[in-house]
Design a protein around this ligand. Structure first.
Ligand code: SAM
Length: 277
């Protein structure tokens, strides 16, 4: 899909290359968009001192780090502190190495194929991962297996349809969204992800299932806008190779995204939580 991709094997269905040279920045700018809403919801779910948490597909690690400070994960600086536990997993753990200093355990783990310890956690959270997986149901079943009875599953995935809505014009960047997400969909990404998380949770018999959507207003030229610019740069070779858009159109779109006069809507993040009976 991308000329800059390496030949490193990737999990089935995952469209981004963990080894892309700008992937760390892409993940960090993504955190800048979504972390405030995720942390607010984790607080509302009651996550606190002593909780045992599993963060799956932890990316660049901001949520795992936040959870560690919230639950009081043991760390070298405070060995007698409260004994919460945070485990952060990913297929690519290089970006998570620093988290050990915050008391986070880091596991290289593929949620599509690898087992998790049974009934070991009070909370399992993952953001923007399930919508990439070929067998979502199996991954969610594995996550539920890792929860103790009474534990919480918290899944977050996006609906991309509202992306780039703006006062600029009715079709502001809509050709970019259609081309980029069309290509991602063909690579295995589900653009209505959060809706399926809700359906899966209702089907698995969790109790207290609830769902919310949130969107973020993005200003051109901001750190958040940079995320969409990196996404487009990553998608560019595939978009051009498929004849969906020309390089010149992509350059013009990048200039629109860099312009602080432009504001647009993000995707809608759908947050779904439920309790294991
Ligand atoms: C779109 S990123 C989201 C990162 C982070 N959850 C966030 O929202 O900031 C998806 C992450 O899941 C990881 N990932 C992809 N497939 C995976 C799999 N099968 N098992 C575990 N992690 C996976 C990727 O390496 C990447 O770090």
């Amino acid at each position: 899909m991308n000329a800059q991709q390496t030949s490193r094997p990737r999990p089935r269905g995952y469209v981004f290359d963990p080894a892309w040279e700008l992937e760390t920045e892409r993940l960090r700018t993504n955190e800048a968009i979504w972390d405030p809403g995720t942390f607010e919801r984790l607080e509302r779910l009651g996550v606190g001192q002593g909780w045992r948490c599993l963060e799956i597909g932890a990316g660049a690690g901001s949520t795992a780090k936040w959870l560690a400070s919230r639950v009081g994960a043991r760390n070298a600086a405070d060995p007698a502190g409260p004994a919460g536990r945070v485990v952060a997993t990913d297929v690519e753990t290089g970006r998570l190495a620093d988290l050990a200093a915050c008391g986070v355990e880091v596991w290289r783990h593929d949620v599509s194929t690898d087992d998790l310890p049974p009934a070991a956690f009070d909370l399992v959270h993952t953001r923007m991962l399930v919508q990439h997986l070929a067998d979502k149901q199996d991954a969610v079943r594995r996550m539920i297996g890792a929860l103790r009875p009474g534990g919480l599953l918290f899944l977050e995935d996006t609906d991309s349809l509202p992306l780039f809505r703006s006062a600029v014009s009715e079709d502001f960047l809509q050709d970019i969204r259609t081309a980029g997400y069309g290509l991602m969909r063909r690579g295995g990404h589900e653009p209505r992800g959060g809706h399926f998380d809700l359906r899966l949770m209702l089907q698995t018999g969790l109790s207290e299932v609830s769902a919310q959507g949130r969107a973020v207003m993005i200003r051109g030229g901001s750190q958040q806008a940079r995320h969409y610019m990196l996404w487009l740069e990553y998608m560019r070779p595939g978009i051009v190779a498929e004849g969906l858009l020309a390089d010149t159109r992509i350059d013009a779109a990048l200039a629109e995204m860099a312009d602080p006069a432009n504001w647009w809507l993000s995707q809608v993040m759908i947050s779904v939580s439920g309790r294991k009976p």
